[in-house]
Every structure is written in structure tokens, then in C-alpha cells.
Design a protein around this ligand. Structure first.
Ligand code: FMN
Length: 385
């Protein structure tokens, strides 16, 4: 009964035009309430699965002992309070990342804080890490069995009290400790562009301090570091060098871009009232280039989760061929609809066959020239293939 075409047309011509009439945050909150109630009913989940989910053994991978039925995950920021995990699994995502979750409850930045840029296939985000805080979210999740692997994204509470470096580290460690036994992996989000005090832990010295503090807290879960979209390769290398000394298993590449004047952004969609980071298409090439750069540097040593501007199977496959073992999306889900997840997985299976691969893991990094060849052939250090 997998019927993506029907849902594609219904979303494009009915649901999306209707939803896009309303304020984006109001629609987001309504979707969370709707998906959360659907997730309470096993029958509704079975119907959703039958309509949306696509399964194929060629898409399965086990990474750091975690079994992923497919490589497509929901990125951090959509299910901020971990309320819709069942519905997310039912529509066919292979995993989900909840949060970002902070040490203290956080109301986020003043509204409005979310704007659609439809022509640019992007969203301007100035949420500022709105979430219920680690204690309430841990209480919600503890003793729960999840239908898919769940990553818990942690970040620093967005207020003036955590701007001091020691207070900021204390806030991260509180969330890390509280969530240390919940879910399959942890992402340490050091790259939210919308917080009071900026992104202090993207400096190697401060990251060193943060990771040293996290090392002291026992946790069996793999740890990922979420990198900024706009970081230079040189600065990314410095962060990788710090990560190598600590308990880090991979990188999420990458967060929102702060560049409002990128060529991919239709400038007429941006008004002076808007602020924040930008998701979607404007992040795609930035994240692909960084994924390839990191893959070239770390190969199989670290796992890369690729995120930014995935709207189709070929976008997801590009990230995988640039070096991502897993991919995530948010903006694609909002612009294309929930059937996109099954469409991507179906498309990935076809692309694997076309390229002669038997499993998605065989395609990881297949577009990346090895470092030695690159040094001889690539004309610029930012070259990808
Ligand atoms: C509405 C919204 C909220 C977001 N909130 C978070 C967040 O809390 N933590 C985080 O690490 N990333 C957050 N992000 C960034 C996404 O996880 C992702 O890195 C970025 O949007 C690029 O992916 P996309 O183009 O598929 O949306 C948010 C993105 C959006 C659109």
C-alpha cells in the first residue's frame, strides 16, 4: 500500500498551500500536537507505516552497535521535546534526533522567530533553543522503548546565566548526565547560531574544556559533535584535532548557515524584521563540501551524519557519496511532506542498484577523491571531488 505519489500530490496541492497560509510556528506546534496524538494509537501507526514507510535490506546498517533500518533521520529542532518519536518512526524515518535539549527549560527567543522562504527552499530560524529542559524530557523518555534509534541533542541553555564558560559547561554536563542512559546516541550541539553569547564552544580551547568535562560522565552511547555550516576547513580541522583526544565518535555536518546573502537565497524573500540562521537549500553545498573534507581527513575513523538541504533521494545520495553514513532533514519534510522519507529511501535503493552496490554503506564516500590524489589534482582546497 506504499503510495507516495498520492500523498505527494495531496501535500503539494492541498495541505501545503493551506498550511503555508498560517504562521510557521503555529503550524509547527499544531503538527507536533497532531503527530503526538497519532503516536498514541498503535493502529494509526500501522496505517501510517503502510502508507509511507519503505523498507529494503540494502538500506540497513549497524553503526557503533546501533541498527538503522534506513539512513534517513529527522534532524534536531523539529521534535524539540521528544513528543512524536512513534509518529516519526511510523512515517519511515530510520532514526530521529530529539532536542536540542538544554540544562534548564528554555522559552527561546521572542516571537516571531520562524519564517518560510519558499522560493529559496529555506527557513529562517531564530527559535533560540526553545525546549522543556533536560529534567522534564528525560522524565518523558525514561523507561520508554523506542521503535527507531533516538539521538538526544544537547545544547547550552539560551540565557545570560550560561554565557560564562564554566556556567556553559555546567549546563551541558547537566543535560548530558540527565540523558546519559536515554536513547542510542548523543549529539553535542556547539553550533546553534541563535543563542545569547554566540557559539563559544566552536573555539578549540573551549571545546577542549567542554569535552574534558563530558569525558568524566559515564555513558555507553556514541557521541557526535554538530558543526557549524559556515566553518572554514582549517577551523574544522582544529575541532577534529580536539575531538580526537576525547570520547567523540562522529560529526553531524552541519547546522544552519548565518549567511543571508548567499547566491541561493532570493533576497526579496528576506525582510529587515527577519533574523537567525537559514536552513534548506542554502546549506546544501556548504554541508556537502564540509562532509567531503572531513571524510577525506577521517575516513572510517569517525561516522559522519550529513544534513542540510535534502529534498530528494539524489540530494541524500550526494551526501552519502560525499562521506555521510547517515543523513538527516527537516526543511525537506516541511516543503515536500511526510511521504518524502519513503520516496528518498525508495530512490536510494534504486540508485544503489544503478551503481552496482549491494548496501548503502558501500556508497559512503564514493565521490571523494583520496587525499593523496586530491593534493595532486584538486585546484583548490575547497574542491570536493
Ligand atoms: C525549525 C528548525 C529548528 C531547528 N532547531 C535546531 C536545534 O534545536 N538544534 C540543532 O542542532 N539544529 C537545529 N536546526 C538545524 C537542523 O537540525 C539542520 O541542521 C538544518 O536545518 C539543515 O537541515 P535541513 O536543510 O534539512 O533543514 C533547526 C532547523 C530548523 C529548520
Amino acid at each position: 500500500m506504499f503510495a507516495p505519489r498520492f500523498f505527494h500530490v495531496s501535500y503539494k496541492y492541498i495541505l501545503k498551500p493551506l498550511a503555508f497560509q498560517f504562521d510557521p510556528e503555529t503550524v509547527h506546534d499544531a503538527m507536533i500536537r497532531f503527530a503526538s496524538s497519532l503516536g498514541q494509537f498503535p493502529f494509526a501507526q500501522r496505517v501510517l507505516s503502510a502508507c509511507f514507510a519503505y523498507t529494503n535490506p540494502a538500506l540497513e546498517q549497524t553503526i557503533h552497535g546501533i541498527h538503522f533500518a534506513n539512513p534517513v533521520g529527522l534532524s534536531a529542532g523539529f521534535d524539540k521535546n521528544a513528543e512524536i518519536i512513534n509518529a516519526i518512526a511510523a512515517v519511515g524515518f530510520g532514526f530521529t534526533e530529539v532536542g536540542s535539549i538544554t540544562g534548564e527549560p528554555c522559552t527561546g527567543n521572542p516571537k516571531p522567530r520562524l519564517w518560510r522562504l519558499p522560493k529559496s527552499k529555506a527557513i529562517m530560524v531564530w527559535y533560540g533553543l526553545k525546549n522543556d529542559g533536560c529534567v522534564a524530557i528525560a522524565k518523558r523518555l525514561r523507561y520508554t522503548q523506542f521503535p527507531v534509534p533516538v539521538g538526544t541533542s544537547i545544547a547550552r541553555t539560551n540565557d545570560a546565566t550560561t554565557v560564562d564558560i564554566h556556567a556553559g559547561i555546567h549546563d551541558y554536563t547537566k543535560a548530558f548526565r540527565e540523558l546519559s542512559n536515554i536513547g542510542a546516541y548523543t549529539t553535542v550541539n556547539i553550533s546553534c547560531p541563535n543563542t545569547c553569547g554566540g557559539e563559544p564552544f566552536t573555539s578549540p580551547e573551549r571545546l577542549e574544556k567542554l569535552l574534558t568535562a563530558l569525558d568524566e560522565i559515564p555513558s555507553a552511547k556514541p557521541i557526535f559533535l554538530k558543526l557549524p555550516a559556515d566553518i572554514s576547513f582549517t577551523d574544522a580541522d582544529l575541532l577534529v584535532a580536539v575531538a580526537r583526544k576525547h570520547r567523540v565518535h562522529g560529526f553531524v555536518v552541519s547546522n544552519l548557515t548565518k549567511h543571508h546573502h548567499a547566491q541561493t537565497i532570493r533576497q526579496h524573500e528576506i525582510t529587515p524584521a527577519m533574523k537567525g540562521g537559514i536552513s534548506g537549500e542554502p546549506t546544501r553545498d556548504l554541508s556537502n563540501a564540509l562532509i567531503a573534507h572531513l571524510f577525506r581527513a577521517v575516513r572510517t575513523e569517525y561516522v559522519i551524519i550529513g544534513v542540510g538541504g535534502i529534498f530528494s533521494a539524489s540530494d541524500a545520495y550526494d551526501k552519502i557519496r560525499h562521506g555521510a553514513s547517515l543523513v538527516q532533514l527537516i526543511t525537506g519534510l516541511i516543503f515536500e511532506g511526510p511521504q518524502l522519507v519513503g520516496e528518498i529511501n525508495n530512490g536510494l535503493a534504486k540508485l544503489l542498484i544503478k551503481d552496482g552496490y549491494t548496501n548503502i554503506s558501500n556508497a559512503v564516500g564514493s565521490a571523494v577523491t583520496p587525499l593523496e590524489l586530491c593534493q595532486n589534482q584538486c585546484s583548490s582546497s575547497q574542491s570536493v571531488e
